[in-house]
Design a protein around this ligand. Structure first.
Ligand code: BV8
Ligand code: ZN
Length: 245
């Protein structure tokens, strides 16, 4: 590993060691090494639909069965995926920090499966289903789902309990995420292209508060030039190294 890069990650390790309050933002990239397709990566496409086209209330109104087939396809994929060393390193880090908040854009539930405790799911959970009429929300991990589209026992159409484009984040989650970032000494940004809002707003929020920001991503993002340290590589390799005591 080139000298500069070694110095950089040693510095990053020092910041992580010293921080008593840590916040983390994850995106699809942290689950890529578990075999879950990212949104913008090649595997993200489904039947030539772009996720932004499908993950909308309009698409659901137009064709609820199609939407359920898409989520059923993703549930099948995710049901076969296991947490990777990147997910596990964050569980280890949480066990060592007095204050730790894991903010995820992922709906795959792999952070829960890895054993993370204080997780804020900004965009919901693919294993949760919600009624479009009575609002009841329940967990259903059956793969495949028996009937598509799914229905509530009140008879009404049900939808994945997930935040679609154009929809607000679950009440209170955004302010808890923003509070955790503002309270943090260190903010780890892992595997996100940082183009979806308001999630991406957490990065300039941290920078404005002089919170140390470390980005882990094989590719550049709109914030790579502004963060305190940008480590270019896969989270499953870099995170365990960064967190190893
Ligand atoms: C809202 C659930 C308002 C669905 C998702 C400001 C500016 C511009 C636009 C907007 C704005 N404010 C709002 C908008 C509109 C919109 C938006 O942001 N549009 C974008 C496209 C421009 N935002 C919204 O609509 C939000 N709602 O604003 O509501 C409102 C308020 C009140 C009342 C009414 C309305 C809601 C957004 C949430 C949508 N739902 N997911 C589902 O999953 O089915 S977003 C979804 O896309 C994900 O959750 C995630 O957030 C995003 C994908 O991004 P990533 O996770 O980062 O994945 P991506 O594939 O893009 O990148 C992967 C990265 O990993 C890459 O950088 C890659 O290099 C890297 N990587 C790859 N391998 C690895 C790796 N990294 C590390 N290790 C590896 N091995
Ligand atoms: Zn109902």
């Amino acid at each position: 590993m080139p000298e500069a890069r070694k110095k950089e990650s040693q510095e990053a390790r020092g910041w992580i060691e010293a921080a008593d309050s840590v916040a983390v933002l994850t995106g699809a990239g942290i689950s890529a090494e578990s075999g879950v397709p990212t949104f913008r990566g090649t595997g993200g496409l489904w039947r030539s639909f772009r996720p932004e086209e499908l993950a909308t209330p309009e698409a659901f109104r137009r064709d609820p069965k199609l939407l359920w087939e898409w989520y059923n396809w993703r549930r099948e994929l995710i049901s076969k995926a296991l947490p990777n060393p990147g997910h596990k390193a964050l569980v280890e880090l949480e066990s060592r920090k007095p204050r730790f908040t894991l903010i995820t854009q992922n709906v795959d539930g792999l952070h829960d499966l890895a054993g993370s405790k204080n997780v804020l799911k900004l965009h919901g959970d693919i294993w949760q289903i919600r009624c479009t009429k009575c609002g009841k929300s329940w967990t259903d991990r059956r793969v495949p789902l028996p009937d598509l589209p799914a229905h509530c026992d009140c008879g009404a159409l049900a939808r994945p309990d997930i935040v679609w484009f154009g929809e607000p984040l679950p009440a209170g989650i955004w302010s808890r995420a923003a509070d955790a970032v503002e309270d943090a000494r260190l903010f780890l940004v892992v595997g996100t292209s940082a183009v979806v809002y308001p999630a991406a707003d957490l990065i300039p929020l941290a920078l404005a508060r002089k919170v140390k920001v470390i980005e882990i991503n094989p590719d550049e993002t709109p914030f790579s030039a502004e963060v305190d340290c940008a480590l270019a590589g896969p989270a499953g390799e870099i995170l365990p190294r960064l967190v190893a005591s």
